[in-house]
Every structure is written in C-alpha cells, then in structure tokens.
Design a protein around this ligand. Structure first.
Ligand code: ADP
Ligand code: MG
Length: 407
C-alpha cells in the first residue's frame, strides 16, 4: 500500500475522518488497451419486488462511474435491490440495463441469469467457497472471467493480491480467516471476476471497529486503483461519507434521495434514517497550508479557518472532506475566550429539533455553504436562549478532528 492509503480512517471516537476529494483518476496498473471514455455509462434501474410484508420499488438511473452508496436503515431493501441487480431475486420485475445492455426486461421476458451478468459482488459475511483456500477462491474467479472489453487495463491476479495484501493468505482456508481477512479475500475474488460493476453489500458491518479501520484503507484504494464502478451498500454514515461520490438513499423500499454525497448528507434528515448518535455533517474544506512545527493542516471553509492534525496525503489547494458528528459539536452564543478547542466556526442557527422523549435537541447551524449539526441537551438550549435566526458559534471538539494522518 502506498502511504496515502493508510492516512485516512475513522478516528478512535468514530467522530471525524478525512478523505481525499476529489478522487484521483484510476491508476494504470499495467499496460493494456486504451482506456474507455471517461464519461462512463449508465446503470438504469427500474425494479419492483413484492414480498408478503415488504415491497421494493426503485426507479433511478445511476452513472456507472465512481462509487455510489446505497444507504438506508436496516430493512430498507438495500440487499433486495442488490440481489435484483445480480439476478438472484426471481420475483423482481421491471427493467435493468448497464450501458444499454439489458439484464432484465420482464415485460419482454428478458432475464439474464446471474452468471452472465458482468457483476462482482461481496456479501456482509464475506462469503467464500469453504472448500477452497484463498488462492483457490481467487483462481476460480480468475479462470471463469474474461477481461471486460471496457476495462482500462486488464486486472491481473498479481495486481489484486498486491492491492489487498493477500499474499500471506493464499494458502489459508476461509474458516481460518478473521472477518476482515475474509472480506479482503472476497473483494479480491470479486475483482478477479473482472466485472463491469462491483456490488459490495455492507463489507464492514460485521466487523468490530479495529477490523473496520484495518480494511477501510483497502476499500478506499479500490476504486482509484481499478476504476470499476461500484455500488457500496451501507447503513453507516461515516463509511458513506468517506467512500462515496454519490448516494442513493433508500427507506422502506423507496428512493428517498439521490445526489452528490455532500449535498445529500447535508439536506437529508439523517436523524430519521440513522441512529441518532450517527447524525453528522460533511464539510468540504480546501487545504490552505501545512504547519511543520505543530504538525497541523490549515483548512479553509468558506473563509473560516480550521486546523486539523496534519493531513500528509493532501496538497495545498486540494480539498478535504470532513465528517463531523453532531455529538462532537457544542454551541455558544459568544465567541469563547481561549479554549483548548481549536475550531470555532460562526454561523446562524437555522433549526432546533427537540426530542421530548430524551434529554437532547439537535441544532442545525448554517455556516454559509455548509451546515453543521450539534447535539446538545434541551436544558442547555434553554439556558443559552437558543432560537432560530440567532448567530451562534459551533465548537468542534479537538478529538473530532483526529484524521489519523501519518499513521
Ligand atoms: P436491508 O438490506 O436494507 O437491511 P433487505 O433488502 O434485506 O433490507 O430486506 C428488506 C425487507 O424485505 C425486510 O423486511 C426483509 O424481511 C424482507 N425480505 C427480504 N428478503 C425476503 C424474502 N426472500 N422473502 C420475504 N421477505 C424478504
Ligand atoms: Mg442488507
């Protein structure tokens, strides 16, 4: 792995992470045919699945480029959508096409079987062939696949083993692997099927925090390195904020929102879709300068300054994506006198949602082109005299800006 891949992650408090943005273009890994036009194609989805107690109805065209998160709470239909795209959902009706190639058109009786759809997938449990070691699992995919005609460069077994550090695992059987190792092997197998589309179903959700942090850099590196359009299913806002270029939000089997990551996370009522403790905002800030002495990076957010532990992998002028959890934001009505909290942003309170069944309220602060959320107690909202329209200062706790840079 190159050093810029390990410099990103979810911090110890799960609070803030920083990712490169915009994404680098796919790295050519070996000589090969001329790259496809950068414009990419389209994944056209118009599917319905009816179960006894649940219906999925999704109509959305998605650019077949970059990473698209399919985001929604448990039971919202994410896996059912993926299974429909894979061809595993016999009850799916409607139409699915990738770059104009029809996979499903139930009206015309077209239903391409799963093994003929050029899709690589991984499941939550990191499913592998149990009777084959990791090398055997990779070999199976390698032998059965044909290089996709649109591939920027043929994906080789060596590339995949290198990208996912699989060399030490090649002789191991799946039942001897940790959850994270299984996911890495499953990702390798999916890549070696040389798909035109990768479908990853909650690759991190079965892992504990430490394992998540170990595997996240690999996931972040996949798209830049191999350039395969990816649908990344998750119910965790921090993963989505880091990994995705755009987000499709599902709730109760329907599309709630679709758009760029920052925009969707900013406007969505995340509290209704995610656990309250997950509520967060995504900020995009430009790198203004690196400070060698204190090992800080200065960021510019619409004219306001932020400092974070030095982000080694971003150059001045590049932009960083910050995830700020609402529980790590405090509010003040006056600029605080010197404090150990380094990041104080001024804005205007634009919403205050009280949750009468708890001690908490969620405040939304407009910073200009960004919005922050703060989780405060209802009692402090009263003591501060908070009201919509009031100028406020948002204090971002220092822990929330741990970028894990340079580890
Ligand atoms: P998610 O992946 O977002 O957690 P799923 O797509 O797994 O959601 O499930 C959505 C809903 O569909 C759930 O209520 C689930 O119980 C139901 N469901 C999924 N598969 C089937 C099935 N084969 N038969 C009946 N109900 C199903
Ligand atoms: Mg699921």
């Amino acid at each position: 792995m190159s050093s810029d891949l390990v410099a990103t992650g979810i911090d110890a408090a799960g609070a803030v992470a920083v990712a490169r943005s915009p994404r680098p273009s796919p790295r050519r890994v070996s000589a090969g045919p001329v790259a496809p036009p950068a414009s990419g194609g389209l994944l056209e989805i118009d599917v319905r699945v009816e179960f006894e107690a649940f219906g999925l109805q999704v109509e959305q065209a998605i650019p077949a480029a970059g990473v698209t998160a399919v985001f929604g709470p448990s039971g919202s239909g994410k896996t059912t959508l993926l299974r429909s795209l894979l061809g595993f959902e016999a009850r799916s009706r409607g139409r699915v096409a990738l770059d104009g190639d029809l996979w499903l058109d139930s009206g015309r009786g077209i239903r391409i079987p799963p093994h003929r759809r050029p899709v690589g997938c991984t499941f939550q449990d990191g499913r592998l062939f149990p009777h084959l070691d990791v090398g055997g699992n990779l070999g199976y995919a390698d032998r059965r696949s044909t290089p996709a005609p649109v591939a920027a460069a043929p994906i080789t077994r060596d590339d995949v083993v290198d990208a996912l550090d699989l060399a030490p695992l090649l002789d191991r059987r799946p039942d001897t692997l940790s959850g994270g190792e299984r996911q890495r092997a499953a990702l390798g197998r999916a890549l070696l099927s040389r798909p035109r589309l990768l479908l990853l179903d909650e690759p991190l959700s079965a892992l504990d925090r430490q394992r998540k942090e170990e595997i996240l850099p690999y996931l972040l590196a996949l798209h830049p390195r191999f350039g395969i359009p990816t649908l990344y299913v998750s119910h965790a806002v921090d993963e989505v904020a880091l990994l995705a270029d755009r987000i499709l939000v599902l709730a109760e089997g329907r599309v709630q929102a679709f758009g760029g990551t920052v925009e969707v996370l900013e406007h969505l009522d995340l509290t209704s879709l995610t656990e309250r403790f997950q509520a967060a905002a995504v900020l995009e800030a430009g790198v203004e300068a690196h400070d060698g002495e204190y090992r800080l990076t200065w960021l510019d957010l619409d004219g306001q300054r932020l400092s974070v532990p030095r982000i080694e992998h971003l150059a001045v002028g590049e932009s960083a994506r910050l995830l700020v959890r609402s529980r790590d934001v405090s509010l003040a009505t006056e600029r605080p006198s010197p404090t150990s909290i380094r990041n104080v942003l001024s804005g205007v309170l634009v919403a205050l949602d009280q949750d009468e069944s708890t001690a908490f309220a969620e405040a939304t602060v407009d910073l200009g082109s960004h919005r922050l959320r703060a989780r405060i107690t209802r009692a402090s909202a009263v003591e501060l005299g908070l009201a919509v329209g009031l100028p406020v200062f948002a204090l971002l706790k220092s822990v929330s800006l741990d970028t894990r840079a340079g580890r």
